[in-house]
Design a binder for this molecule. Structure first.
Ligand SMILES: C[S@@+](CC[C@H](N)C(=O)[O-])C[C@H]1O[C@@H](n2cnc3c(N)ncnc32)[C@H](O)[C@@H]1O
Length: 274
């Protein structure tokens, strides 16, 4: 990059040795946030306005504090939609699109009821509601903060088939109600070293007791009651948890258990039938 922006790239290099990635993030930020074109970014004599300089300095400050780009932009692209995100919710992960895609490809009949347990930003539930306007999708979370963000995204995507519920897992739900329950629950063990890199994301969205497995147990037990006969339970989980998750689901009576791998060929999604 040879332009006035070099000055800022130097600053970026001071933050981290991984300057290539940060430089790429800065370029993305300049385009997304400031609407700068490739030409403006790369020409020598492009003159940055005061607002643009302030905005770049803001980006650099956030990066010094390790804030992920999606939080800085307050936007995350997921399943071809833009989701509002901030530190009240987990940033949607690319692997989660595999779960959405699997459900989407099931030929969902009009009127069926889907529950996204632990809705967070709404990325799973809202994506399913958007792609299947004749289904009825519910998103639940115990965090009011998360529900506020999910509601922003419900409005942003103009969804009138997506309903938000405040509940501690499936406690408050009626038996034999849903055709499909999907969940990406917290699944990181309390002292897992990965947590050091996730300090800006809500801990309540990440960590679960019993070595990260407690919520699979609670949800499977409760889902067996709220899912209709022949309905599905689909979980995203950690790449080393598939055996345990399968055992838990089997213990509560789920059958025809299926595993799906992520982009690194690791088992990340487990689906069972009631
Ligand atoms: C890993 S995040 C998933 C968010 C979103 N579905 C996604 O895939 O990005 C888990 C979510 O479960 C919620 N959660 C954690 N414990 C819960 C509980 N006991 N009852 C309801 N929701 C809970 C958290 O607030 C968080 O939004």
């Amino acid at each position: 990059m040879s332009s006035k922006l070099n000055f800022y790239i130097k600053k970026i290099e001071e933050i981290s040795s991984d300057d290539n990635n940060l430089s790429k993030e800065l370029i993305f930020y300049l385009k997304e946030k400031l609407g700068l074109s490739d030409i403006s970014i790369f020409i020598e004599d492009y003159k940055l306005s005061k607002e643009e300089k302030n905005s770049i300095n803001y980006f650099i400050e956030q990066k010094k504090n390790g804030v992920p780009l999606d939080y800085i932009l307050q936007n995350s692209s997921f399943y071809n939609n833009d989701f509002f995100v901030d530190e009240r919710v987990l940033i949607p992960r690319p692997e989660t699109e595999i779960l959405v895609d699997y459900i989407n490809n099931l030929n969902l009949s009009p009127g069926i009821k889907i529950l996204d347990a632990g809705v967070g930003s709404g990325c799973i539930g809202a994506s399913l509601a958007k792609a299947n306007p004749k289904t009825i999708v519910y998103g639940l979370d115990y965090s009011f903060d998360a529900l506020k963000v999910a509601n922003i995204n419900k409005k942003k995507l103009e969804l009138d088939n997506f309903y938000l519920i405040n509940s501690k897992w499936l406690n408050s739900l009626k038996e034999n109600t849903f055709n499909i329950v999907v969940s990406n629950p917290p699944y990181i063990a309390p002292f897992d070293s990965h947590l050091d890199k996730l300090k800006h994301e809500p801990i309540s969205a990440l960590v679960a007791n019993k070595n990260g497995l407690e919520d699979f147990d609670i949800i499977s037990f409760q889902a067996m009651k709220v899912i209709k006969d022949d309905g599905l339970l689909a979980f995203e989980h950690g790449n080393n948890q598939s055996n345990e998750v399968k055992k838990i689901m089997t213990r509560y009576g789920f059958k025809d258990i299926n595993l799906i791998n992520d982009y690194q060929s690791q088992p990340r999604i487990t689906i069972g039938r009631k």
